[in-house]
Write a protein that binds this ligand. Structure first.
Ligand code: AMP
Length: 447
């Protein structure tokens, strides 16, 4: 057993090359759909002043109260704990919108981000302490059509990744702050005399953030809630109309949904529209992604009142669904050709040949060690290459090279100068064009 000090910390994992194939594919779908809809990429720091999260997400939410990774310098004169690793993107992006006066840009500002988030959660299946999200935000304009269009972008991404049919869109409208305040009062009143039946945590929540009781997993709380006032009773007519219009637009766009009056989401900043994509098979609340409208957030962070709507998706959970559904992500890391050689002269020629093949877009490996040709061929097999070029002492003398089809087990000898065009022909122009750097790296995957 390895020393536990030298393993990944609890709740973290290495993204191994086989998983990067999926991650790359997801990012590609995200970028593709983002560009189609005019979203621009933004990166915010992985850590922010912790006040951004405490104020934005809410001091009494699980994410802030229990899961925030607080960081600071132990070397500072007075050890500080001023910062926190981002548990999500929205608060940081809104901070950035204000800091860079993006209200001066044409509105709405549509932004997307891809990267790691951190929550000091209890690790379990699909729940990590470091995980990847992609995140979309529309800030600066409010209209039900924006909520619906944004959900449509998300559903298109999930469809591109071939997991949409495993999920259902749950949607609700939780009204505006006054509605929720009135509901919270009513809920507190309802629980007068019943508090002692509530589990301790929920008793505390009743005081700090009563709405959180609605998604409590505690049996006792759930039973007590059956006769309690419902949030829907307090949602104002404006919000109801807004909700109906969002649903109408979703229908117009052909996005199926399930109305779910119990969906509140665990963050304080939401107003009106909230939604999540749930795993259909488990029926459990194992969300792949979720979001909603946050019209009060920018003001909370010191900006002027500015509406916003956004969502985030967990990439590890998407990878899990893709694997469960047997979906293969295209692997561009496949090695096309292996160059094997023997002797100092052959080695020099091969060095040049390998470099030229790579420039042309052929994925090329070469064993430039001193192993025998036979062991180099075995290596080529293990790399699962389609073709091999062999250059031994004899071939150097004759100025030829051997091209071997590894799957067919056939080979032919040809003049050395013909090797490059022959390989290019075999790999095919379509494949090569994908890999070659053109016009400022256009054909290469971005991070
Ligand atoms: P949330 O805003 O908390 O609903 O998070 C949005 C999405 O991020 C969720 O639907 C998950 O897919 C993903 N997510 C949130 N927390 C975690 C976690 N601890 N580990 C992995 N994925 C997570």
């Amino acid at each position: 057993m390895a020393d536990p000090l030298f393993r990944t910390p609890k709740g973290t994992h290495d993204v191994l090359p086989e998983d990067h194939v999926y991650m790359t594919f997801i990012k590609k779908a995200v970028r593709h759909r983002a560009r189609q809809a005019g979203y621009k990429r933004i990166d915010t720091p992985m850590f922010e002043y912790r006040g951004i999260f405490e104020r934005g997400i809410g001091a009494h939410t699980d994410i802030v109260e229990k899961e925030l990774f607080v960081v600071g310098s132990p070397h500072a004169e007075k050890a500080d704990q001023d910062f926190a690793l981002r548990p999500e993107f929205t608060a940081g992006i809104c901070r950035s919108y204000i800091e860079h006066a993006m209200d001066q840009l044409p509105q709405p500002v549509e932004l997307y981000a891809i990267g790691q988030c951190f929550r000091h959660d209890r690790p379990q299946k699909g729940r990590y302490r470091q995980f990847h999200q992609f995140d979309f935000e529309i800030i600066g304009l409010k209209d039900p059509s924006l909520d619906a269009q944004m959900i449509h972008v998300l559903s298109n991404i999930l469809a591109d990744l071939k997991i949409l049919d495993r999920l259902t869109l749950q949607i609700n409208n939780i009204g505006v702050a006054e509605n929720r305040k009135a509901f919270a009062e009513a809920l507190k009143e309802y629980f007068i005399g019943k508090e002692r039946h509530l589990p301790e945590l929920d008793r505390k929540r009743l005081q700090t953030s009563p709405l959180r009781l609605l998604d409590s997993k505690e049996e006792d709380t759930r039973i007590l809630l059956k006769n309690a006032p419902t949030l829907a009773q307090f949602v104002g007519d404006d919000s109801k109309l807004y909700h109906a219009t969002v649903l109408e637009y979703l229908q117009e766009l052909g996005v199926p949904f399930v109305e779910n009056a119990g969906l509140v989401r665990g963050l304080d900043y939401y107003t009106q529209t909230v939604f999540e994509y749930w795993d259909r098979s488990e029926g459990a609340q194992n969300a792949v992604g979720g979001g909603g409208r946050y019209d009060a957030l920018i003001e909370l962070l010191g900006g002027k009142p500015t509406p916003g709507v956004g969502f985030a998706c967990g990439m590890e959970r998407i990878v899990w669904h893709m694997k469960e559904a047997g979906i293969q992500a295209p692997n561009k890391d496949q090695v096309d050709i292996f160059v094997a050689q023997l002797g100092p002269e052959a080695k020099k020629q091969c060095l040049r040949l390998i470099a030229t093949l790579r420039d042309r877009g052929v994925h090329t490996l070469g064993a430039l060690g001193e192993a025998s040709l036979k062991s180099q061929m075995r290596l080529a097999d293990r790399f699962d290459v389609k073709y091999c070029l062999l250059l031994g002492k004899m071939e150097v003398l004759k100025n030829t090279v051997i091209l071997r089809d590894m799957k067919a087990g056939k080979q032919k000898e040809m003049p050395f100068d013909e090797a490059l065009p022959a390989v290019v022909e075999l790999i095919g122009k379509k494949n090569l064009d994908r890999y070659v750097l053109k016009d400022g790296f256009g054909a290469v995957d971005e991070d």
